[in-house]
Structure formats: C-alpha cells, structure tokens
Design a protein around this ligand. Sequence first.
Ligand code: MF3
Ligand code: CO
Ligand code: CO
Length: 296
Amino acid sequence: MKNRRLKVRRNDPCPCGSGKKYKRCCLHKENSKDIEADKELYFQKYSIRLKEEKDINGIRKAGRLALDTLDLVESQIRPGITTDDINTLVHDFTIKNGATPAPLNYRGFPKSVCVSVNEVICHGIPKERVFKDGDIVNVDVTPILNGYYADVNKTFFVGTPGPDAQKIVRVARECLKRGMAAVRSGNSIGDIGWAIQNYAEGQRCSVVREFVGHGVGFEFHEPPQVPHYGRKGEGLILIPGMVFTIEPMINLGKKDLNILDDNWTAVTRDGSLSAQFEQTILVTDNGFKSLTPFDL
Ligand code: MF3
Ligand code: CO
Ligand code: CO
C-alpha cells in the first residue's frame, strides 16, 4: 500500500523550496518525468511504443477514414454482390482519401480488406463469393494515413438475419463493449480477456484463441498482444498512451478453427457462425478513448 502521508498534494508548498504551490511548480515537471520513465520502461521491457498527442491525433484521423469506409460498405451490402465488390469499394475509397490499404501485400495478403462471411472467422480473401440473404459478413479495414494505422471492423447482416445470426452478432458486439469497459490505467491485459471470455461463455458461445488484439498506430501489428480470454490481474499493466485493438472473434459453436489452403482464411472447424467487432483503443488517465468510435 502507498503511504499517502508521504505524498505531496497539489496545494502543498513545493518541496523544492520555491515557496510556490506544488501544482504551480514541480508537479508538472515530475509528471512529465514520470511519463518519460514509463515510456522508457515499457519500450525496454515490452517493446511497446507509447503514443503522444500528435500520434493520437494521427491515428484518430486514420480511424475516422476507416469508419467512413465501413459506412460506405454498409450502404452497399445486399444479396447479389460479391466479396470482391467490397474490396473494390474499400480500395478505391481509401486511395481517393489519400491513404493506403494496409492489408494489401501485408505478409502476402493479396487484397485491400478482409471480408469474412458466416463460418469464416477472419482474414477472408475477397473473391467471387456472392452474398445471399441471411448471411453475416465481417469487414475489417485498416488504412494508413500520413504514416498512421487505425484498425476497425464490424459484422453486418445481409438482408434479413435468422435467429443464429442475430445471436452471434449480438454476443460479439457485447464482448467488445465489455472488453473496452475493462480498459483503464492500472488494470491488466488479463482483465480485458476475462471480461470477454466470461460473457461469451456465459452465452454458450466460444472465444477464438489463435488471433488476438494488438498494439497499433505506428505499424499494423505492434506489441502487446491482447488475448480475448484470460484471468483477472494477469499480464502487463495498462498505462496511459498505450494504443491497441480489442477484436474478439466469437463462435456460436466450438472455438477450434481450420486455416484453408490459401494460408489465410480461418474458418470454424464445426462450421458454426463466427462474428467479430474491433476498435482501436487509447488508454487514458481515467479510462479509455476509442480512436475508431462507434456505438455498441
Ligand atoms: N485487420 C486484421 C486485424 O485486425 C489483420 C488483417 S491482416 C491481413 O488484425 F493481412 F489479412 F490483412
Ligand atoms: Co486488428
Ligand atoms: Co482489423
């Protein structure tokens, strides 16, 4: 426990002897010293690069473009179009807005967006698959704007969803909401995973283990990894300036997956539906801010 009596309060005389109030004197300097020390520590220990104001603004701008892209996609989704039509939309819109689609040629990924239908968990490669009424489709967009990455995805209904589709999309959405609510300075990475796993399994759904959230901003995938399962208090402690995604993949059946021969497409082994929502989250002093905000 901290000995609070040793702590200098904001309105106390400054310990440096200047005669000014602490808050008008060294408080600010010490805070910025602390921030510098944390930065150094998290980089040395975990290779985590904390983000500053200018970086956060850059990521937020990329995030706004990503959200506009998803809105455009949503307005066009209907039975009869193909996953490759989504790719064309996303690619052209990203370029038109002065950005680059991060997925294109990323570790050999051949397209500009991941489009994952029904039993596809993630990393669906756009091609000729035609949407039919009742499908669910996850669209995951990551633009690079002025060097900054923002990563966001949503699962949409095509036409009218059946009960299974409604259930898995509702549960996946709530999982992201609960994971985000566990983000605050002083909490651990495991608190996020626990919140998600506890809810998903309580709904008799399952959490995919092979893919996790990740640091993001300067690159597509940075440390730390953010599992969507785990135990309270496990893993590293969150501090302000960390930016990472939370992106739970939730299956209606079992958690196991297969990777198809294209080496990308992840599908549920039991063929059950899978849904996902993702946002890019900043840890703040008193909680979190989404840099890709949408209602959950
Ligand atoms: N956007 C995915 C994520 O949320 C990563 C896709 S990698 C790609 O982490 F190469 F498939 F695009
Ligand atoms: Co991501
Ligand atoms: Co993503």
